[in-house]
Write a protein that binds this ligand. Sequence first.
Ligand code: MN
Length: 153
Amino acid sequence: MKLKNIAGILFMGVFAFSCKAQKKEILFPKGEKITNANFTGTAYLQILIAADSLNPTSVGNVTFEPGARTKWHLHPGGQILLATDGIGYYQEKGQPKKILYKGDVIKCPPNIQHWHGASVDNYFVQVAITNTQNGPPVWLEAVTDEEYTSSKK
Ligand code: MN
């Protein structure tokens, strides 16, 4: 076998391996672009589990582009966020903004005003687990640029 052929086979092997590795990095599908008015910037949603009468829990994969975030809102039944990729923010009203990295988890109590989203320079991916038994999310005002970029409140 010629050296050129061996190099070619090796190259194809590395290429195939890197494709497989890249595909594995995406945990859940990105889903569709969110077009409702409850978000600022560009975000995507893939519903993974729809709530029903037997289990009123909805699970969604949300991908925020840099700068994108939810409006202020609350969940009557509370919410759990699992950070799966990128760098994000989470803030409860009157509390410091938290920076979220892959592997971080947030337990948001029922009826606590908060927002979540990507950081300024990085995208963010979260799995949002929402208890809907006491009603759907209540959407409030937009997170201003000042609130979004604030490092303390
Ligand atoms: Mn929320």
